[in-house]
Design a protein around this ligand. Sequence first.
Ligand code: KG4
Ligand code: ZN
Length: 360
Amino acid sequence: MSASPLLVLGIESSCDETGAGLVRDGRLLGHAVASSMDEHARFGGVVPEIAARAHVHAFTPVVRAALDEAGLALSDIGAVAVTTGPGLSGALQVGLTGAKGLAYALDVPLYGVHHLAGHVAADTLEHGPLPDPCVVLIVSGGHTSLLLVRDLVRDPIVHLGDTLDDSAGECFDKVARVFGLPYPGGPAIDRTARQGDPHAVTFPRPLTGPRDDPYAFSFSGLKTAAARWAERHRGTTLPVADGAAALQEAVADVLTRKAVAACTAHDVGTLVVVGGVAANSRVRTLAEERCAAAGITLRVPPLKLCTDNGAMIAAVGDLLVRAGAEPAPLDVSIDPSAPLESATLHPVARPRHPVAAGAV
Ligand code: KG4
Ligand code: ZN
């Protein structure tokens, strides 16, 4: 096991945020994020081509800003970690290409990181190493999963349950659109809900019946119920704040109920809630209340580390370096739909166009 505390640069570019973070020995030294969110707003969702082009613009300035914040130089970097999946193909390719260029030029190892493992590791930057075992609830724009995590970089990640259809973030984003709220929908629902009554409407709590899978999620029926409720108000003023508060309550209720049940059933004392939806105020409050009542320690990263960033990828890279993990080969590619099985992605595919020495 390598003990040398290398400075790890982490690069994130899987969706609309270009992130660079610097982590050494579990400590965050600097990070910077650029977002192309405003460029997508008028389309009501992320446009992959625009996101990829924005990453090209932002890559170098974001790496520079992270180094400046840390008071470090490019030559201090001892390893580069980069999101290789899952995410938007073109967006991932920009980040990986930039990361490869840096790793090659600096002659340092490169690590391919699973984006969702990054969300999990984000919490270690604030609250220290994760206890083994812990239950992790990942709630992002693309994923909703309950995981049993032991050693994040050494052990396989066990899925206790996943969403059968939409993710919680997708549910917020799509319902916000129906409610006429701006993109991105999650933060807009959160803001609007503050003025509403969560009990004004009763939305369903999917898959919470006695015969349902206790750890599986489903949000598409909830999304439809919210859309039907909005339709019933056609011709009148939609009480958006009440709808937003009731939707947020339903999502927070289901997420936290199942997460706490998973901890209790598996006799695990710590719940970690991560991903963009972990920024939701009601999810945070309800998780706090329910964990306190059940005697479970709750860990949630600070808001700026919940949504996509480079620090979380550097955090996984730092754990991989300290675990003595094998770096990625320089012909490593992206995997846009990589399932979350381990923290690092090791594509085994051979290069389609092998490079022969001396070939012209
Ligand atoms: O993890 P993330 O930044 O990107 C992905 O990896 O998907 O998550 C983005 C998701 C979006 O669906 C966004 O609407 C949601 O997180 N989100 C929120 C809040 N902030 C971000 N959802 C509810 N309340 C929030 N405050
Ligand atoms: Zn994410």
